[in-house]
Design a protein. Structure first.
Length: 314
């Protein structure tokens, strides 16, 4: 679906730093919205950023995102917070790399801060499906828990737990996961420290899987770490040289291949390509540690090769 025009209809402060924005679609309804989905939001000065949709009209006529103002961020949050009601923007097609899988098992939803944006609609969906689940929402203080009223409004009762570290201390992630029934799945979204704590504690899970979404790439790499490498295109038969100063995505497009992309920062997963041979240096924030270790695919916008050559299924 090509980009569609939308108008900002309302801004609602949730905390001192987090504001909810409601957009109304102008040309046609937005389709494909589901728990965990995010949209591309085209902002002034050529910025394109991805935001999870936390509430929406089932007919696709409006949707809500929430954005934390980050003074030292990449510019997207400042641009969104500068929008006034009535402002026009372009909205891209919803994508979902954090969708709910099988729900016939116990599910634990774990969110911190702005990471509640995809977790809240998951809780809503699981409640409607009468699934077995629990929600843990982490914040420093209750006044900083932007989505606590929304979680409480779902009527989750004993399934919902707000943990405020200023009063209760840091939550013991390993103990939480150890108490889960066998075969439980965990869905987590929040800052990198939370994700790493869940990954490290995941060894105590008795079956089940960890599903995650992050809002920043997992690691930074110095320019000195960036090397040239060669790419063989298995299906088209070409061989490309990827220079130090260009991404694999740029090199593929230079060769005439139309590879989809959106964020170009390794966060949305739109540009993932299949890897047949070679060792990848993963620089994305989308793939799990197990996925990265498998070297079966890579985000072409940021990830590169550790080996002299990669063979791609292109």
């Amino acid at each position: 679906m090509p980009a569609q025009p939308a108008r900002l209809r309302a801004r609602t402060p949730l905390t001192a730093e987090i504001t909810s924005f409601r957009f109304e679609m102008l040309a046609q309804p937005l389709s494909g919205l589901a728990a965990g989905a995010h949209i591309d939001l085209a902002l002034p000065e050529g910025l394109v950023r991805q935001y999870s949709v936390w509430d929406w009209d089932p007919a696709g006529r409006w949707f809500n995102i929430a954005v934390k103002r980050e003074a030292e961020g990449r510019g997207g949050s400042r641009a969104v917070h500068a929008l006034a009601p009535g402002a026009l923007v372009e909205i891209g097609e919803p994508r979902n790399h954090f969708s709910l899988g099988e729900i016939d098992r116990h599910i634990t939803l774990l969110a911190a801060g702005i990471g509640a944006t995809p977790i809240l609609p998951m809780a809503r969906s699981l409640l409607m499906a009468r699934a077995e689940f629990q929600v843990h929402y982490l914040a420093r203080r209750q006044e900083e828990a932007a989505f606590d009223p929304a979680f409480c409004g779902l009527g989750l009762d004993e399934r919902y737990h707000l943990h405020c570290s200023a009063e209760q201390g840091r939550i013991d992630i390993a103990a939480l996961l150890q108490r889960l029934p066998a075969g439980s799945d965990v869905y987590v979204c929040g800052p990198e420290g939370l994700l790493q704590a869940v990954f490290e504690a995941g060894r105590v899970l008795r079956g089940g899987a960890i599903h995650f979404e992050r809002f920043a790439a997992a690691a930074d790499f110095a320019a000195d770490d960036t090397l040239t490498f060669e790419v063989e295109l298995a299906r088209s038969g070409g061989v490309l040289q990827v220079g130090r100063d260009e991404s694999l995505l740029d090199a593929l497009r230079r060769s005439g291949l139309d590879v989809e992309s959106a964020c170009c920062e390794g966060l949305c997963g739109a540009c993932i390509v299949d890897v047949l041979e070679g060792e990848v240096e993963h620089r994305d924030g989308v793939l799990s540690p197990d996925d990265q270790a498998a070297n079966a695919f890579m985000c072409s916008c940021v990830s590169r090769a550790r080996s002299p050559r990669l063979v791609l299924d292109l």
